[in-house]
Design a protein around this ligand. Structure first.
Ligand code: PHE
Length: 345
């Protein structure tokens, strides 16, 4: 009985020594058989009960040596086989095969237009002031000198947040003027790009959400001539050196005097007929000298400082820049439309 058990262990040990696993899979089979949780060596330890006392020590050592042989073989083969497998995998790669196509996104035409405008003003020292789209009544209307009964404050024109008539979706970027002027003293030279909201019927030419860029320059001795020259510089940078501008008297509660500016882009074409109502003049912004009341509302001495401000619409300029016929396309997120501007960065 005991000799047979000895022989069994010897056989297993000989098998271990003879084994030549030559792949990672074969090595794993080897590990499971000799070192796994149900390995064939474990029960041999139990058999020590049946061994004669004087042979127990010898038997124990023999089983141990089988186990150690299995561990040593496993360790000695593992690193080499892993390296070989890795190398084989590398050799399997076909370096001449075409790459996986990478889907590149494209910037939205409105973003492209916005970025161009920002860069033009940055070149003459304006810095970007970013602010919130959910505004309070004070910054959007009161600070901007808008009377309590002004129609813009009407629910018909403004989206108020349901819980509150104090909070609203900003109807223009002008509240950023108040945000900046209440926390910063002149000289102030900022532009504020961003999204604005109005409760309007959606059509090819207008939408309930759109983008504006606000401009504000406050310092000692700022004049209307500074405003006009700044806007002319902008129009030429944006639309080419031949662009002409025209200022038409207008009214805004927060500027005095106020004007609207149109840009003339050369002979009227069939394509921009709708945009310019057949005149060739594209209306792009409102502007004027900051009303002294607005300066005072924001804690700036209107005896000492003057300023100009403007607010321009982005979508219309983007329509013109990219020859697009319908403003709704900007907000539909149709990739077939958006993809076309991938190269326009
Ligand atoms: N906030 C005005 C609008 O949305 C535009 C404007 C800005 C006019 C600054 C004058 C000065 O129509």
């Amino acid at each position: 009985m005991s000799a047979e058990t000895f022989d069994k262990v010897k056989q297993i040990k000989a098998d271990i020594e003879a084994a030549q696993p030559d792949s990672l899979e074969a090595l794993e089979q080897f590990r499971i058989k000799y070192l796994g949780s149900k390995n064939v060596i474990k029960p041999l330890f139990g058999e020590i009960r049946n061994i004669a006392n004087e042979q127990k020590k010898e038997y124990g050592q023999l089983v141990n040596s089988a186990k150690e042989a299995a561990e040593a073989k496993y360790e000695s083969l593992k690193a080499g086989l892993e390296a070989a497998a890795e190398q084989a995998a590398v050799q399997d790669i076909d370096l001449t095969a075409p790459g996986e196509p990478l889907e590149l996104g494209a910037r939205h035409p409105v973003t492209i237009t916005l970025n161009r405008i920002i860069r033009i003003f940055e070149r003459i020292g304006f810095v970007v002031a970013d602010d919130r789209e959910i505004e309070d009544d004070w910054h959007n209307f009161t600070a901007m000198n808008t009377p309590e009964d002004h129609p813009a404050r009407d629910m018909q024109d403004t989206f108020y947040l349901r819980e509150s008539t104090e909070l609203l979706l900003r109807t223009h970027t002008s509240p950023v003027q108040a945000r900046v002027m209440t926390r910063q003293k002149p000289p102030i030279r900022v532009i504020a790009p961003g999204r604005v909201y109005r409760n309007e019927t959606i059509s090819a030419r207008s939408h309930c959400q759109f983008h504006q860029v606000e401009g504000l320059y406050v310092d000692e001795g700022v004049s209307f001539a500074d405003l006009k020259q700044t806007l002319l510089y902008f129009a030429r940078e944006m639309f080419g050196p031949d662009a002409k501008i025209r200022l038409r008297p207008s009214y805004f509660p927060f500027t005095e005097p106020s004007a609207e500016m149109d840009v003339y882009l050369g002979a009227e074409t069939e394509k921009d007929y709708r945009l310019t109502k057949g005149t060739g003049w594209l209306e792009i912004l409102g502007c004027g000298m900051v009303d002294p009341a607005v300066l005072e509302n924001c804690g700036i001495d209107s005896e000492k400082y003057t300023g100009f401000a403007f607010g321009m619409g982005i979508e219309r300029q983007a329509l013109r820049l990219f020859d697009i016929g319908d403003i709704r396309l900007f907000f539909e997120n149709d990739v077939r439309f958006l993809k076309q501007f991938a190269s326009a960065l």
